[in-house]
Design a protein around this ligand. Sequence first.
Ligand SMILES: *Cc1c(COP(=O)(O)O)cnc(C)c1O
Length: 391
Amino acid sequence: MSRAGRSGDGFATRQVHAGVEPDPVTGAILTPIHQTTTYVQPSVDRYRETGYSYSRSRNPTVQALETRLAALEGGADGCAFGTGMAAVHAVMLAFLNAGGHAVVSDVVFGGTLRLCRQVLTRFGVDFTFADTSDPAAVEASVRGETRLILTETPANPTLKLTDIAAVSEIARARGIPHAVDNTLLSPCCQRPFELGADLVVHSTTKYLDGHNATVGGAVICGTEEQAEAVRFVQNAAGSIMSPFVAWLTLQGCKTLSVRMDAQSAAALEIARHLESHPKVERVIYPGLASFPQHALASRQASGYGAMVCCEVRGGLEAGKRMMDAVELWSLAENLGTVESLVTHPVSMTHANLAPEERARLGITDGLIRLSVGIETPADLIADLDQALAGA
Ligand SMILES: *Cc1c(COP(=O)(O)O)cnc(C)c1O
């Protein structure tokens, strides 16, 4: 049996081995970067047995990553894309038509909101942005023409959770696919298929790469039929990941659980420290007992992740002073990487939302998003303390 197909392997084994065989020609332990456009055919009416014809359709390095991601999530097959947004877009193109409707979490990555509102509505697709943390709100938003439910949990940036099993049940009863954007926890901490979801979406830019080296995305499908629909869009729209990015992401995946464990442990330590800090107004972290959905977080995920949000006393101005004063932490977009990052959602990732809408969704002006990396936790805490001292 092939190494990729071994059953009963643990998660950490799959993150290193799934999808990859020693190279049949050289024995190279790493899958080569198959940097080629085309594949020579043996005759006019026949492709090679490998099935490769042109690298917009399929590429061996990309396919290795797709197989690995499917193995990590427990799906039937995966499709890798040039960015996380291309992956979200592919799900929309595969399952929605003009006149169709989708229910999407009200708190989502800003780019997802922009894609729905400013691009796809132009093609006659309608969206309801629902508070998916309340299954009754999902139920109330579903219509006869609803063809997709897309939830993001934990949601970027407020970390609001959706009960994946409850929403999946609503979706299944109506024959609507439920796609979960699992970017913020990764399959190391949360596996939506085990909770009844149909599709899993990732920005591989974040935890799966983990090293701030790439932008990429993936859709993992629960059935071969869904994978065929998504793969058709991948080829038709030309949004496949590049071989080099796939190769880098394959290397990143190998340490996913090691990084996640270290980052999550440090995040809990930092969240607790901030919660008792006199300059901090409030802290949002699913692993804290004070988190409103702490019980759900403990039930549906095996870890709380490494995203922590906080608000500094003194509001926006104090928050800005703190964000400008960090030295070890970097003020930047992106999350989930080995480098610790500070982001101000209102001016950075979620700047395209109207102020009233942000306020309604809890994306307050003073909200600070911390993505905890793998540096020594005491150093990260010391840097936050010195930055808070001047805030
Ligand atoms: C970053 C992100 C995306 C978009 O991914 P890109 O790789 O930046 O295109 C989608 N969903 C979530 C939850 C994200 O954090």
